[in-house]
Design a protein around this ligand. Structure first.
Ligand code: ATP
Length: 199
């Protein structure tokens, strides 16, 4: 089984690339979905978060108030690193479990791992190839504003909190520039996937 890691900053087009490969027959693991799952109500990750940041990050029903937590770590690198050090180990573990389960079924030939933060353990150590998606900042802001209710300022803040393009490019086996149409992206990705399939 070949694991294709897809990474890039917010709005670069990672999930779009992942979906294109999914439609071509690969399985998909979205780190965002995993990140949400590991902090569900009653989870060990959530207990650790509460121990660090207090019960004020919980809703009345005991579930994580993501906005409250985001507000607490907003603009505070130390707090954000603390939060990451808690969540990353649970996310890595869950991704690793998912990949191992998929590996057990020989029908799963290709898996796409869609991750915004290309950390060593839980991404780089699990992927056979890394594709980095980059896109001009104007395109990224416009596309994210169209798909979400984030403001331009919030998007810029997120971009600034993520690694620079250079960092993403450094770890890439292939860099996919996504400044054209969806059809152009689709063609490029299909070609790259075919290269992997044909070895
Ligand atoms: P996030 O980090 O927020 O998950 P992402 O890198 O996964 O972002 P996508 O969700 O794939 O980015 O893309 C952002 C938006 O831009 C989506 O609505 C997607 O449909 C759109 N988009 C991506 N690439 C193109 C393209 N080449 N042409 C037009 N729209 C695009």
């Amino acid at each position: 089984m070949i694991v294709i890691g897809i990474t890039g900053g917010i709005g670069s087009g990672k999930s779009t690339v992942a979906r294109i490969i999914y439609r071509l027959g690969a399985r998909i693991i979205d780190a965002d979905v995993v990140a949400r799952k590991v902090v569900r109500k009653g989870s060990p990750a959530l207990s650790e978060i509460v121990r660090e940041f207090g019960t004020e990050v919980l809703n009345a029903n005991g579930a994580l108030n993501r906005r409250k937590l985001a507000g607490l770590v907003f603009g505070d690198n130390h707090k954000r690193e603390k939060l990451n050090s808690i969540t990353h180990k649970y996310i890595s573990e869950e991704i690793n479990n998912k990949i191992n389960k998929m590996r057990a079924n020989e029908k799963n030939e290709y898996v796409v791992l869609d991750v915004a933060l290309p950390i060593k353990k839980g991404f780089l150590d699990l992927t056979d190839v890394v594709w980095t998606v980059i896109s001009d900042i104007g395109n990224r802001i416009r596309r994210v504003m169209e798909k979400s209710d984030m403001t331009k300022e919030e998007i810029i803040e997120r971009i600034n909190s993520q690694p620079d393009d250079d960092e993403y490019i450094k770890i890439a086996d292939t860099v996919i520039e996504n400044n054209g149409t969806f059809e152009e992206l689709e063609q490029r990705v299909a070609r790259l996937f075919m290269q992997i399939k044909t070895g």
